[in-house]
Write a new protein. Sequence first.
Length: 166
Amino acid sequence: MRIRRIRGEDAEAFLHLQRQLDEETSFMMLEPGERTESAEATAQRICDVVARENHTILLAEVEDHLVGFIEAVGGRWRRNRHSVYLVVGILEAYTGKGIGTRLFEEVEAWAAEKGLHRLELTVMTRNERALALYRKRGFEIEGVKKDSLWVDGEFVDEYYMAKRLG
């Protein structure tokens, strides 16, 4: 398994990974079939990511097959450029194999290299596997978003979580 930065030529495979994640878990934001972005639009989004100093997407590959990712979306303004919002997804067949830990190690190293100070994310309160990983990586719960999402016919709360670097 290797972790690497996304490239323009990853657009189709990355879109496929995201759609597969939408299908196999209710913990991602989009429902199955809701991701309508084309491969061309994904390629443009990747170009936009690569162009920003405080934004990146790291990919987890196993035998040249994308199995997970972590995206760090940096603040756009002077007052929040030091913060990045994280989105992470790992295919079900590859969970519990240390990939999440490696993705977080790499994104934290990238953030430190860029002089960033704060990593933040939201997570459904019932996503125990993700919560365990985030806590292990030093993230703390800062608040609760009540009835934040509508998932499988019910309202779901989310935790705001963050980790300060250095």
